[in-house]
Design a protein around this ligand. Structure first.
Ligand SMILES: [Ca+2]
Length: 227
């Protein structure tokens, strides 16, 4: 009998493989920690709406957190108070500032609203940084799904070069930024945590094309984490 056969005798190989897989799931890369942004209180209370979409994530359920996003241990918040601009030139400076003021709690006066259609906001971190995560809070009193969410980063303020797409759930290229393979999702108080993958960039641009309640685009808060 071989040494391997002797070690596994009486212990089914399938069980051994399952044990290895389970250990792998719990593994965490050295020097990383789960991103843990401060959270607002839940806003949505009511009946989940039935959003017909072939590329929407299943609803996780009330109060069920998203899977952890691991980031380098020295990751910090880079975006608090940073400058925000928008493709909607009617957006007022005071309203744009709501996006990075640290208040993530929905209220009728606490979010930026952009005009209907495909619109974007852009954050200027002030300098190039290694981006670990971009987090979006857009929860509303009614359950909703935003259309054509695209998150891109660049070291060019005009996004003419050096552009990396971190998230894109526009499955039919209706926003004109290319088809994306990411899923649509229900907004909640946990916010959306998008991996930055260590891409170096100064500018973060977030595009959306209305939502399931109305054609407007809203942002209560955006946080960019990195180092
Ligand atoms: Ca805010």
């Amino acid at each position: 009998m071989t040494r391997w056969a002797a070690q596994t005798k009486g212990f089914p190989i399938v069980a051994a493989l399952l044990l290895v897989a389970a250990c792998g799931l719990g593994a965490q890369a050295p020097g990383t920690v789960p991103l843990a942004p401060a959270l607002p209180k839940p806003t949505f209370e009511g009946t989940p709406i039935d959003v017909r979409s072939p590329h929407r994530e299943a609803y996780r359920g009330d109060g069920v957190p998203p899977p952890p996003l691991l980031v380098p241990a020295d990751t910090r918040l880079l975006s608090r108070g940073c400058a925000v601009t928008a493709s909607d030139t009617r957006a007022k400076r005071l309203d744009l500032a709501l996006v990075t003021d640290g208040d993530k709690q929905y209220s009728p006066s606490a979010y930026l609203e952009l005009a209907p259609g495909v619109r974007w906001i852009q954050l200027d971190l002030g300098t190039n940084a290694e981006i670990s995560a971009v987090c979006l809070w857009r929860e509303r009193p009614e359950q909703c799904v935003y259309r054509d969410t695209v998150v891109r980063v660049s070291d060019d303020c005009a996004f003419g070069s050096g552009v990396t797409t971190l998230f894109n759930n526009d499955d039919d290229n209706s926003a004109g930024l290319g088809k994306g393979a990411d899923k649509e999702y229900y907004e909640d108080h946990f916010g959306r945590r998008i991996a930055g993958r260590g891409v170096r960039a100064r500018y973060v641009r977030i595009t959306s094309g209305g939502n399931t309640s109305n054609p407007y685009n809203h942002f209560t808060e955006v946080e960019v984490y990195g180092r």
